[in-house]
Each structure stands twice: as structure tokens, then as C-alpha cells.
Design a protein around this ligand. Structure first.
Ligand SMILES: Cc1cc2nc3c(=O)[nH]c(=O)nc-3n(C[C@H](O)[C@H](O)[C@H](O)COP(=O)(O)O)c2cc1C
Length: 208
């Protein structure tokens, strides 16, 4: 589907059908999420892919009754890293050096620059920075889902502490940031009837 048509086709689905998305398509969406750009390439988030209904039933009590958390085909959870420190930055640059076939320490100059920029930040600033990066990945996911004709509903309306507890994220050094239900829209989804509303292009785009 042509990209603008795909973006007009998509909407935030509130009621999903019982249809399941094929695992190859889910893998493609996960790959699109992984390939997102991030500040310094640090990818301070991980993607949790949840299919299990029992776990999703437990999450429901932390999702303000948003049943799509349980009833969609899959639930994607973008979770930010909670330990953004020197070791985290070192691990990242070790990975880059390995993947590019560089000698250990070849990127020390850039790594030090990143440390100087990041490490003075407060925990709050670091988590906000990480949240921003996770939301870029969410944008990639939504766009590629639309191209693949997979329905989605991004959600920030959930209790992060509750999700972290149910999913055992704290022990993994993660904290839930934003979630996305994926599946096939129900024919009775009331949101499907809503006209898509956006700020008109001539007000949205400021050409200087
Ligand atoms: C970060 C983010 C969080 C959102 N949280 C929720 C949510 O918790 N529940 C929900 O039903 N929709 C949620 N939405 C969907 C928006 O309400 C929806 O995208 C917006 O109204 C525009 O409508 P459209 O996506 O259908 O075109 C969220 C969207 C984004 C991007």
C-alpha cells in the first residue's frame, strides 16, 4: 500500500477481532522496531513481545480496563533501561566495535564524548531521554504496521509499576515505557467510524 494511504488507513484500534497475526509478520514488526534510530545509537530500550493470555489478563488490572491489552493478537511493550551508566555506554561501544570489526578501544574518543554528555544527567533526565528514544521506536513500529496492514493501538494509559511487577522487569534492569496492541480490527470497533482529525497541513507545516 502507498505510504500516505497506509497512514490514512491506520487508526488507534480500540477493539480487536480474535484473529492472530502471523509470526513472520510479528518478526518483521520487531525488526522494524529494532532498526529505529536512537540518540548516539544507544537503543536504551528493549522490546517485550507478549502473546500469553494469562499474563495479559494480569496486566489488565494495570491498564485502566483497556481490554485490548488482553484481546489483541500480540502486545508489544517498549521498556527503557534503568541503568544508563558508564558500563552501559561501554557495553554499547564494545558491541559497535565488534560489529564493525574495529580494534577494542577504537571508538574511545566518541565513547568518552557520549559519557561526558550523558553521565552528568540526573536519573529523571536519563529516563526522560530514554523514553524519548523508545517513542521513536514506537513511531517506526506504527508506520511499518500500517504498511503491513496490521492494526495497532499505541498506549501510554497503563500503570508502569504494575506492568513492571507482572513482567518482572525490574530484575532485568528495565521499566515499561509505552505499549502497543497489535492485531486485526473488530468489525464492531466504534473508533473505526471516527473521521481522522489532524491539524490542517497549512497550519501544521511552517515553511520559512
Ligand atoms: C504515545 C501514545 C499513547 C497513547 N495512549 C493511548 C491509550 O492509552 N489508549 C488509547 O485508546 N489510545 C491511546 N493512544 C492513541 C491516540 O489516542 C490516537 O493515536 C490519537 O487519538 C490519534 O488518532 P488515530 O491514531 O486513530 O489517528 C496513544 C497514542 C500515542 C502515540
Amino acid at each position: 500500500m502507498e505510504i500516505i494511504s497506509a497512514l490514512n488507513w491506520r487508526y488507534a484500534v480500540r477493539e480487536f477481532s480474535e484473529q492472530t497475526i502471523e509470526s513472520a509478520t510479528i518478526d518483521k514488526l520487531a525488526e522494524a522496531t529494532r532498526l529505529s534510530a536512537s540518540s548516539y545509537g544507544l537503543q536504551p530500550y528493549r522490546l517485550i513481545i507478549l502473546r500469553d493470555t494469562a499474563t495479559r489478563q494480569q496486566l489488565l488490572q494495570h491498564a485502566y480496563g483497556q481490554t485490548k491489552v488482553r484481546d489483541s493478537s500480540h502486545l508489544f511493550i517498549l521498556a527503557i533501561q534503568t541503568q544508563i551508566n558508564e558500563a552501559f555506554i561501554d557495553n554499547h561501544f564494545n558491541m559497535v566495535e565488534n560489529q564493525r570489526g574495529l580494534q577494542a578501544g577504537a571508538l574511545a574518543g566518541f565513547s568518552n564524548h557520549v559519557k561526558e554528555a550523558m553521565l552528568p544527567m540526573s536519573q529523571l533526565e536519563l529516563s526522560q531521554w530514554a523514553e524519548n528514544q523508545a517513542h521513536i521506536a514506537l513511531g517506526n513500529l506504527l508506520t511499518v504496521a500500517a504498511i503491513e496492514q496490521v492494526d495497532a493501538c499505541p498506549m501510554a494509559g497503563f500503570n508502569k509499576a504494575g506492568f513492571d511487577h507482572v513482567l518482572g522487569l525490574k530484575h532485568k534492569g528495565l521499566s515499561s515505557s509505552v505499549i502497543c496492541a497489535l492485531g486485526v480490527r473488530s468489525s464492531s470497533d466504534a473508533s473505526a467510524k471516527y473521521v481522522k482529525t489532524r491539524v490542517p497541513q497549512n497550519q501544521f507545516c511552517i515553511r520559512l
